[in-house]
Design a protein around this ligand. Structure first.
Ligand code: MF3
Ligand code: CO
Ligand code: CO
Length: 258
C-alpha cells in the first residue's frame, strides 16, 4: 500500500485552484461534444483535446500517467473505462462514448467525464445513459458535512439496481488535488452510515460506472481497456466535488454556479 491514506482538507487558496482546473476540464468536454459524430475516430477526439488543452495553458493529466499513452480516455459501448483513443476506432451511429478528461492547471487537477450518444441511441442505451447520469446526480446530492462516504454509494446503488442495472466495483471515485488519485476511495455501492465522515474542504470525484448486465469487468491485453465481462453496455458520468460548510460544490461545471 503506497497510496496516501490521509484525507487532505484543502485551503481556500487550493480550492480556488481546483475551481479553475475543474472549470477548464468542463469547458473541454463542452468543446469536444460537437465532434462526437459518426465517422470521427477516437484519436481525432484525443488530438483535439490535447491541442485545446495546450492552447489554454493546461496539461493533460492522463498522458504518461502510469504509462498511459494518450491525453483522454474514450470508452465506447462495452468499454467501462480507460479506453485508449485510436485511429482505427471510428464512431458509428448508435454508439455511446464516455469521454473522460483530466486537466492540470497551476498544479491542481480537474477530472470530469460524460457519456455521449453518437447519432441515435437504442432504447436500452438511452435508458442506461440517463440512469447513469441520475446516479451521478444522486451521489453528489448526498455530499455535506457529517454525511458518510457510504451514503454516496448507497444512493447510487439503490437507484441503479432499482432500474435493473449494476454498479461496477473495480473502479471507484477518488480524492484529488495536486495529486491525481489519492485518499479517500469513493465506492459507487455501499451502505448508508458507513465509511469516513465528510468534512468541509475535502475534494473528491464521484464517477459511477453503471452496466446493462453484469458488474464484472475484464482488462484487455493493452493493460488499460476495461470492458464488461458479458460485453453488454456500460456508461459513466464524473464530477469533481468539494464538501462546503453546508453542502457540496461541483467544481467541474463550465460556468460558476449561480
Ligand atoms: N480520469 C480517470 C479517472 O476518472 C483516470 C484516467 S487514468 C488514465 O480517474 F491513466 F487512464 F488516464
Ligand atoms: Co476521470
Ligand atoms: Co476520476
Amino acid at each position: 500500500m503506497n497510496k496516501q491514506q490521509t484525507i487532505v482538507i484543502l485551503s481556500k487558496r487550493e480550492l480556488e485552484k481546483m475551481r479553475k482546473a475543474g472549470r477548464l476540464a468542463a469547458k473541454l468536454l463542452q468543446h469536444l461534444e460537437p465532434m462526437v459524430k459518426p465517422g470521427v475516430s477516437t484519436l481525432e477526439l484525443n488530438n483535439e483535446a490535447e491541442r485545446w488543452t495546450q492552447a489554454h495553458g493546461a496539461k493533460s493529466a492522463p498522458l504518461g500517467y502510469k504509462g498511459y499513452p494518450k491525453s483522454i480516455c474514450t470508452s465506447v459501448n462495452e468499454v467501462v473505462c480507460h479506453g485508449i483513443p485510436s485511429a482505427k476506432q471510428i464512431l458509428k451511429d448508435g454508439d455511446i462514448i464516455n469521454i473522460d478528461v483530466t486537466l492540470i492547471v497551476d498544479g491542481y487537477h480537474g477530472d470530469t467525464s460524460k457519456t455521449f450518444f453518437v447519432g441515435t441511441p437504442s432504447p436500452i442505451a438511452k435508458k442506461l445513459v440517463e440512469v447513469t447520469k441520475e446516479c451521478c446526480t444522486r451521489g453528489i446530492a448526498q455530499v455535506k458535512p457529517g454525511a458518510r462516504i457510504g451514503d454516496i454509494g448507497a444512493a447510487i446503488q439503490e437507484y441503479a439496481e432499482a432500474q435493473g442495472f449494476s454498479v461496477v466495483r473495480d473502479f471507484v471515485g477518488h480524492g484529488i488535488s495536486n495529486v491525481f488519485h489519492t485518499a479517500p476511495d469513493i465506492p459507487h455501492y455501499g451502505t448508508r452510515g458507513k465509511g469516513r465522515m465528510l468534512r468541509p474542504g475535502m475534494v473528491f470525484t464521484i464517477e459511477p460506472m453503471i452496466n446493462e448486465g453484469t458488474w464484472e469487468v475484464e482488462i484487455l491485453a493493452d493493460g488499460w481497456t476495461a470492458v464488461t465481462r458479458d460485453r453488454k453496455l456500460s456508461a459513466q458520468f464524473e464530477h469533481t466535488v468539494a464538501v462546503t460548510e453546508d453542502g457540496v460544490e461541483i467544481l467541474t461545471l463550465p460556468e460558476e454556479e449561480t
